[in-house]
Design a protein around this ligand. Sequence first.
Ligand SMILES: C[S@@+](CC[C@H](N)C(=O)[O-])C[C@H]1O[C@@H](n2cnc3c(N)ncnc32)[C@H](O)[C@@H]1O
Length: 273
Amino acid sequence: MTGPSTGDPAAAEAMFAPAERALVDPLPVGDAVADIGPGAGTMTVRLAERVGPTGRVYAVDNDETMLELVRDRAEQAGLADRVRTLKHDLDDGPVPLPEPVSLVWSGACVHHALSWSVAVTGLAGLLAPGGVLALGEGGLPMRCLPWDVGVGRPGLEVRLDAAHNEWFTAWFQDRQGVVRQPRGWPDLLRSAGLEQVTSRSVLLDLPAPLQGPARRVALAELAARVGRAQQFLDADDRDAWTRLLEPDSPDWLGRRTDVALLTARTVHTGSAT
Ligand SMILES: C[S@@+](CC[C@H](N)C(=O)[O-])C[C@H]1O[C@@H](n2cnc3c(N)ncnc32)[C@H](O)[C@@H]1O
């Protein structure tokens, strides 16, 4: 699973936004739309621009801190009157929206739900006839470093992907009430009764040398991944990552000219009849 994950979600979302906009901007919007799991609200604000002055964007999250960020972002953009926040957990049943919506966008959120199938069916149920559910899920993990960074064994980042996947799997499976879904997102959309199901992906391709905010985001995302995957990395790899991510270290990645950010974002869509 991919998605911005650092302590500064707004900065991370800004980096990934062009890829997500390329996938979501072509989808039609009506007067009312929903952003489920909006994070810091980058797409919420984009949707608020698109629905126009009489439109409404319902931003739904189980974390009040995120909803505060969304309200702040909407306020700064002068679009607060179009954004309505709602605290709700996808595991607590269908989102109680006050009206059907023409587009439900949910980026990197549904994979947190205990049952992806129940969550997708609930989101499909929010749609007006002809409305579209768009799930930003899957994609590819980030690739930032050369295969051999000269610190630790070569292949460090590939092993981080594997360790991070172990962490996610353990997190996913260890929760009480979790339901495995041995099928892909398009099948989940079809099972929820949606039609014209398709998937599209775009690359986010920021070549080396990364500068300014892009470099900060890449290093912060790597640090977040290493932090979560710690227990699944061997001692040599943990040591190598410490040397690479610690600003006081002579090996700090922040001084290198070969750090890039390459990843892919995928959006799966389906229409209500
Ligand atoms: C990784 S962020 C994604 C942010 C943004 N949509 C994006 O694509 O960058 C996941 C978001 O989903 C929210 N979230 C996670 N689990 C949730 C749940 N069970 N119900 C509602 N929201 C949830 C988080 O609080 C966070 O705002």
